[in-house]
Ligand binder design. Structure first.
Ligand code: DGI
Ligand code: FE
Ligand code: FE
Ligand code: FE
Length: 187
């Protein structure tokens, strides 16, 4: 499959508003890739496909998590965490994506993970700061994203975790692990 196939297939999966989000993530990710020297083609493919399964039903996502033997603990956390790992497997099995860095960027786009590659970091941050995102702290994150990729990701993770805690939601451990891995020990 070529780029146009990825775009066409993704558009078929998504309502218009989510498709437009995807296009904004593609654009934002391209700017970050340019700034930080990430592989543009990998970033582009991962950004196009990152929310491929966002509108699958909970039943479909649960079925896929079991069938493909994805981490079963995902099922104990927010449903928002399910679409990335499932999209990564679908990209591999149905869309012919073979590159592990692209597949990881899709898999971990919601949670992040310790030791993300440059491609993963760019997709993670682009998803958080694309121009239509409107939550407290997003502008500060956008500004930092122009200066330092890791600092911007750390701020994004802190804000995400604070939001989850303040709204009474569980935080998936990998999200904490990612923040810890990017924070000094202070001793
Ligand atoms: O799919 P998108 O809306 O574009 O963005 P996303 O895949 O990054 O999903 C973000 C949502 O996931 C956000 O509303 C917070 C929610 N979420 C729930 N539990 C967790 C979580 N995000 C992280 N990073 N970690 C969690 O444990
Ligand atoms: Fe997503
Ligand atoms: Fe995200
Ligand atoms: Fe997204």
């Amino acid at each position: 499959m070529n780029r146009q196939d990825y775009l066409d297939r993704t558009r078929e999966q998504l309502p218009l508003s989510r498709w437009e989000h995807t296009l904004r993530v593609v654009e934002t990710a391209a700017i970050l890739a340019e700034r930080y020297g990430a592989d543009k083609e990998k970033v582009d493919t991962a950004a196009i496909l990152h929310d491929y399964c966002k509108f699958w039903t909970a039943e479909e996502l649960i079925f896929a998590i079991k069938q493909y033997k994805l981490p079963q603990d995902l099922l104990l956390y927010n449903q928002e965490l399910w679409h990335g790992p499932v999209a990564s497997v679908v990209a591999s099995k149905e869309l012919g994506v073979e590159d592990q860095e692209i597949l990881n960027a899709i898999f971990y786009h919601t949670t992040g993970r310790p030791n993300m590659s440059l491609v993963e970091k760019v997709v993670f941050l682009a998803d958080y700061i694309e121009p239509a995102r409107k939550f407290p702290g997003v502008d500060a994150t956008r500004l930092l994203a122009q200066e330092n990729l890791d600092d911007a990701i750390v701020l994004a993770l802190k804000q995400m975790i604070q939001f989850l805690i303040s709204s009474g939601q569980r935080v998936y451990p990998i999200t904490y692990d990612t923040l810890n891995s990017m924070t000094g020990t202070n001793n």
